[in-house]
Design a protein around this ligand. Structure first.
Ligand code: ZN
Length: 270
């Protein structure tokens, strides 16, 4: 999941400003609707080794990531990092397969996990799913830090119930909602570079799965961490946030602070 967006709305968005205490949109993603050049060629289910990474042209990372951590610098260190697959690549739109327990200790799976952590931190982002580096396996990583949160306005942090948490690696996650409360906030995705939209997410979730050592793990999360978990687990089902977004809120990162269009729901907890 894309990092964090802090936008002082400073009177620019009357709709949001009228919705205290959740008056500041924040955070995550982007999306690219490109014409389909050719039919997606789906690989056989056994083709886990295939990285369906569409060959990307060299792109100017600076411009490609403009708005991502605005004013905080660009990618930290792109050297030897795998490229993040962008929307349209078939690997992002098909369900990932479970990792067999006996595979977890293998060099291959451990390297995939290490690569995912590096890519997430290098982006920087607060979450990443294996399909985003071209691997159709059910593995997610997530992490939020004091540093990242420090870039967000205090009112956003409070509205989103955002708190730091240590690195989490979850294999074969199974997500269940806790309660029926939900919230609408802007989010973004490292695989939909340059865009954001409001997405409704449950406020609380519980995720069970295996940790990087193959041990059972259970995570109870609320607020922003719960949103990140939902976003990343969606990736494993071949779902991007743009499949769930409030369409009329979709916008470029540069336009994140502009008023919502008529008919858009209010941002915040519902
Ligand atoms: Zn994402």
């Amino acid at each position: 999941m894309d990092g964090i967006q802090r936008l002082p709305l400073a009177g620019k968005c009357s709709i949001l400003a009228r919705a205290p205490p959740f008056h500041t949109p924040v955070s995550i993603t982007r999306c690219q609707y490109k014409p389909i050049e050719k039919p997606a060629l789906l690989p056989p289910k056994s083709a886990i080794k295939v990285h369906f990474i569409t060959k990307h042209k060299d792109r100017n990372l600076t411009s490609a990531r403009a708005g991502w951590f605005l004013g905080l610098g660009e990618k930290k260190n792109v050297t030897n990092l795998q490229e993040i697959v962008q929307a349209g690549d078939p690997v992002l739109h098909v369900p990932a397969r479970e990792v067999r327990p006996e595979e977890i200790g293998s060099d291959r799976i451990q390297k995939i996990i290490a690569d995912m952590v590096k890519v997430m931190r290098g982006a920087p982002g607060v979450g990443l799913a294996a399909p985003q580096i071209g691997i159709p396996l059910k593995i997610i990583v997530l992490e939020d830090t004091e540093e990242y949160i420090g870039y967000a306005p205090k009112e956003d942090i409070k509205a989103q119930d955002r708190r730091p948490f240590d690195l989490l690696v979850i294999i074969n996650p199974n997500l269940q909602k806790k309660g029926n409360k939900s919230a609408l906030f802007f989010e973004g995705c490292l695989s939909v570079d340059g865009y954001r939209a409001m997405v409704e997410r449950f406020l609380g979730v519980e995720v069970t799965g295996l940790d990087r050592y193959g041990q059972p793990i259970k995570v109870s999360a609320s607020g922003w961490q719960a949103r990140i978990l939902q976003h990343e687990c969606d990736h494993l089902a071949g779902t991007l946030y743009v499949d769930k977004m409030i369409k009329r809120t979709f916008r470029t990162v540069e336009n994140l602070q502009l008023p919502l269009a008529n008919g858009c729901p209010k941002i915040g907890v519902r």
